[in-house]
Design a protein around this ligand. Structure first.
Ligand SMILES: Nc1ncnc2c1ncn2[C@@H]1O[C@H](COP(=O)(O)OP(=O)(O)OP(=O)(O)O)[C@@H](O)[C@H]1O
Ligand SMILES: [Mg+2]
Length: 473
């Protein structure tokens, strides 16, 4: 897809590349500037040294051989300088040229031992082209003036070269940056488009769509991978929710239908107030059951969806167990069932207080419900290997080993339990709560009854000690 320039400029990739190209251009300019300054400095020093050496040589010659020798030497040097960069001028006391390759003593040039830079025009016209000269003047004995210089053509050439390189390299850097930006932003856009297209299809309802993963393991692949995992998770939760709502609908439909037909029959058939009263009492009992089922299913769904995970706090599991035992002792007493409990002073776990209490209560409820009158129920909390284990052992019929995996599923009740009230949801809730807490439910043999155990990871004591220390300071 081709982007309009405006939209291209608004892409993130383009902006990044533009910034980089700018930075790169600036650094190229700085580098060339540095090269320029150091090289020009070097060239200048070279030129100065050559000029000084020449002046020394020529003045020696003058001292040894006089004016004739000097004139000869100047002529020789001009002849030898094939490039034509050497400038010499020897004048008499009135600055009238005696020898050399400059037509006249340049104005503004001092006489003695001073550096000068001046322009030499190639003709007398005002706008004639010329060249720049760097020179030093020297006063010889008997009033002769000697000027030795160098044409700065080479240096100017170098300056021009650097200027050109600067312009070109900045232009090339910017152009490459722009092209790179377009390519990058196109590539990125295409990949984001792929993600967008898939999310659109998902929004239209197809949760089974997955975002394509390139396989290079780059950021986009990781993003796509994470989004795909999220989709799997959402899909799983949706299936779970659907299952729960199906189950609720399924399990509530028959008692609701029963309730409705009972009420209809009462309306048609009943004549005496007693009959109405009996029908209403029965209706209340059935409504209670429906509500209990409904609440249990909701709790399971919430625990499975992990909604209690945000409310995990460090709590004393032992104290929670004592509270639960106390609550159920009264119920047990009515059936002549005695509790024995062995619970340590403290067992810290991270958990949701309400959900954990519900789990404990469900196990105690089962133990009492399935135990014969007058029997014993043993409750124990053991702490070992970084885990807290809450176990309830009763002397009821127990659960055959083959059925132990099955009874934790929703609505599963064993044939032997037909006569006891219940929905078959208690152990499902316990399992969901344990999964939420990173723990597990173990069903074992309590000989003769059932031994049901909740196992939870303990909070590391150092962390707790630290937290306490900071809380008290
Ligand atoms: N302590 C136990 N002794 C014998 N059987 C048990 C015991 N606990 C559970 N079971 C068996 O496992 C089944 C499932 O138990 P669960 O607690 O899930 O449901 P429930 O007790 O029947 O009903 P609810 O807990 O919803 O009121 C029970 O119906 C029973 O058959
Ligand atoms: Mg139960």
């Amino acid at each position: 897809m081709i982007l309009s320039p405006l939209r291209l400029v608004r892409t993130w990739a383009f902006r990044v590349v533009a910034v980089y190209a700018g930075l790169f251009g600036v650094s190229v300019a700085m580098l060339l500037g540095f090269i320029y300054v150091t090289t020009v400095g070097f060239i200048d020093r070279q030129i100065n040294a050559t000029i000084i050496a020449e002046i020394n040589g020529l003045s020696d010659r003058y001292r040894e051989t006089g004016l004739a020798g000097l004139t000869e030497a100047i002529a020789e040097r001009i002849a030898q300088d094939r490039v034509g960069d050497a400038i010499y001028l020897l004048t008499d006391t009135d600055y009238q040229p005696v020898a050399g390759n400059l037509p006249a003593w340049p104005t503004d040039v001092e006489r003695q031992g001073r550096w000068a830079t001046f322009q030499v025009l190639l003709s007398d016209d005002e706008d004639a082209s010329g060249y720049e000269v760097r020179a030093m003047s020297f006063l010889l004995s008997e009033g002769y003036h000697l000027l030795v210089g160098r044409n700065l053509r080479e240096r100017e050439g170098f300056e021009g070269l650097i200027e050109q390189s600067l312009v070109w390299s900045v232009l090339i850097t910017l152009a490459l940056g722009m092209v790179g930006g377009m390519v990058m932003s196109r590539d990125m856009r295409q990949r984001l488009e792929a993600i967008n297209r898939t999310t659109k299809r998902i929004m239209q309802g197809d949760l089974h769509e997955r975002i394509p993963v390139g396989g290079s393991g780059d950021e986009f692949d990781r993003l796509s991978g994470n989004l795909n995992e999220m989709l799997v998770q959402i899909d799983r939760l949706m299936v779970g929710m659907r299952e729960v709502s199906d189950n609720i609908a399924h399990d509530l439909r028959s008692p609701l239908n029963r309730l409705k037909s009972r009420l209809e029959v009462t309306l048609l058939a009943a004549t005496a107030p007693d009959q109405y009263r009996a029908a209403l009492e029965q209706a209340v009992v059935e409504t209670d059951q429906i509500l209990a089922t409904f609440n249990a299913l909701l709790s399971i769904a919430q625990a499975e969806a992990g909604s209690g995970r945000d409310h995990l706090v460090t709590l004393d599991f032992a104290a929670l167990a004592r509270d639960a035992v106390e609550l159920y002792e009264a119920v047990a007493e009515a059936r002549g069932i005695a509790f024995t409990s062995d619970i340590p002073a403290e067992a810290l776990v991270r958990g949701n207080r309400q959900l954990l209490f519900q789990a404990l209560a469900n196990l105690l409820d089962n133990a009492i419900k399935f135990s014969p009158d007058g029997s014993r129920v043993a409750v124990e909390v053991a702490v070992a290997d970084g885990e807290a284990a809450f176990s309830v052992t009763d002397s009821g019929p127990g659960i055959p080993a083959d059925d132990r995996a099955r009874v934790v599923q929703r609505f599963v009740r064993l044939e032997q339990s037909r006569s006891t009230p219940g929905n078959g949801l208690g152990l499902s809730l316990v399992t969901a709560v344990m999964t939420l807490h990173g723990g597990r439910l173990a069903l074992g043999d309590g000989a003769p009854g059932l031994r049901a155990t909740l196992i939870l990871p303990l909070v590391e004591t150092e962390a707790v000690d630290q937290r306490r220390a900071t809380a008290t300071t």
